[in-house]
Design a protein around this ligand. Structure first.
Ligand code: UDP
Length: 262
C-alpha cells in the first residue's frame, strides 16, 4: 500500500461531516431503483471514512425512485405538487433503510432518523439526539429530507449541516467536481478546484440547489463537491486531501475565488 492510500496514516481533517448522497448513487448508472452492489460499495467507502474517527451523518436523496417536481409533471396533473414532494421524501426513506442494512452488514452501528414521523422504521429526527448518536460513533442516516415539500435533499444537507454543527457538506456526485459547463455534454468544460459562493451563484454553476447554496453562504458552511465513484475519494474528502471542488467564503481581503484544476 502506498503512503497516500494508507488508512493507518490518514487522519480525519474534519471532526463532523454531512455526506449528501443522491438517490442515483444507489442505482446502477443510468438505471432506477436500488442496486445493492452500488449500496454496498458506497457503504464500504463510508465505513473507511468513519473508521478514521470522523463523525458522519448521511443525507440520502430519492431521485433513483421519485423526484417530486418530475413526477408531478408526468402524472398528467393528477398528483398535486405537494403530494409528489411527499412521495419523494418517502423514497429517501426506502434508500436510507437499504444503506442502513448495508452499513450494519459490515459492522457499523447506525441510526436512521426521519423528518417524517415513522415510528416502525426510524427514529424521529431530533437534533440533540442526532448529535448524541454521532458522539457515540454511530453513523446517522437522515431520511425524509427536511420533512417539508418544495425543496430537495440538498437543502436538507445544508440545514442539517448547520443544525448538527458539521464542519463541511460533502456532496458526492458522479463527476469530478464543479465545472464551467456540463462535462457530460461539453468536452471543453473546465473543472474548478476552488470557488466562492458568490461566483457559484453568479455563474449559475451546478453545485446544489440555490436554497442550499444561499444557506451555506449565509452561515459560511463550506461545501466539497467530489466524485464518489473513484474508490477512496470519501476518505480523501474527510481527511482534507485534494479532491473535487471546494466552495467557501471569499478570502479575507474579499477577493473572489475561482481556481481551475490545471
Ligand atoms: N423532497 C422534499 N423535501 C425535502 C427533501 C426532498 O420535498 O426536504 C422531495 C423532492 O420532491 C425531491 C425528492 O424528495 O425531488 C427526492 O429528493 P432529491 O431530489 O433531493 O433526491 P436526489 O436528487 O438527491 O436523489
Amino acid at each position: 500500500m502506498t503512503e497516500d492510500n494508507s488508512l493507518e496514516k490518514t487522519r480525519p481533517f474534519y471532526r463532523r461531516v454531512i455526506l449528501k448522497l443522491s438517490g442515483e448513487s444507489l442505482a446502477h448508472s443510468g438505471e432506477r431503483g436500488i442496486s445493492m452492489d452500488e449500496v454496498t460499495a458506497i457503504a464500504r467507502q463510508i465505513k473507511n471514512a468513519h473508521d478514521l474517527g470522523c463523525q458522519v451523518a448521511v443525507v440520502v436523496g430519492g431521485g433513483n425512485i421519485l423526484r417530486g417536481a418530475q413526477f408531478k409533471g408526468s402524472s398528467g396533473e393528477m398528483i398535486q405538487e405537494a403530494t409528489a414532494h411527499y412521495m419523494g421524501m418517502l423514497a429517501t426513506v426506502i434508500n436510507a433503510l437499504a444503506l442502513q442494512d448495508a452499513l450494519e452488514a459490515i459492522g457499523v452501528t447506525t441510526r436512521v432518523m426521519s423528518a417524517i414521523k415513522m415510528d416502525g422504521v426510524a427514529e424521529p429526527f431530533i437534533r440533540r439526539r442526532a448529535i448524541r448518536h454521532l458522539e457515540k460513533r454511530r453513523i446517522v442516516i437522515l431520511a425524509a429530507g427536511t420533512g417539508a415539500p418544495f425543496v430537495t435533499t440538498d437543502t436538507c444537507a445544508a440545514n442539517r449541516g448547520l443544525e448538527l454543527d458539521a464542519d463541511i457538506v460533502l456532496k458526492a456526485t458522479r463527476v469530478d467536481g464543479v465545472y464551467s459547463d456540463d462535462p457530460e455534454k461539453n468536452p471543453h468544460a473546465v473543472l474548478y478546484r476552488e470557488l466562492d459562493y458568490d461566483t457559484v451563484i453568479e455563474k449559475n454553476l451546478k453545485v446544489m440547489d440555490s436554497t442550499a447554496i444561499a444557506q451555506c453562504r449565509t452561515h459560511k458552511l463550506p461545501i466539497l463537491v467530489f466524485n464518489f465513484k473513484k474508490e477512496g475519494n470519501i476518505v480523501k474528502a474527510v481527511s482534507g486531501q485534494k479532491v473535487g471542488t471546494r466552495i467557501s467564503p471569499r478570502n479575507e481581503s474579499g477577493e473572489r475565488i475561482l481556481v481551475d484544476a490545471n
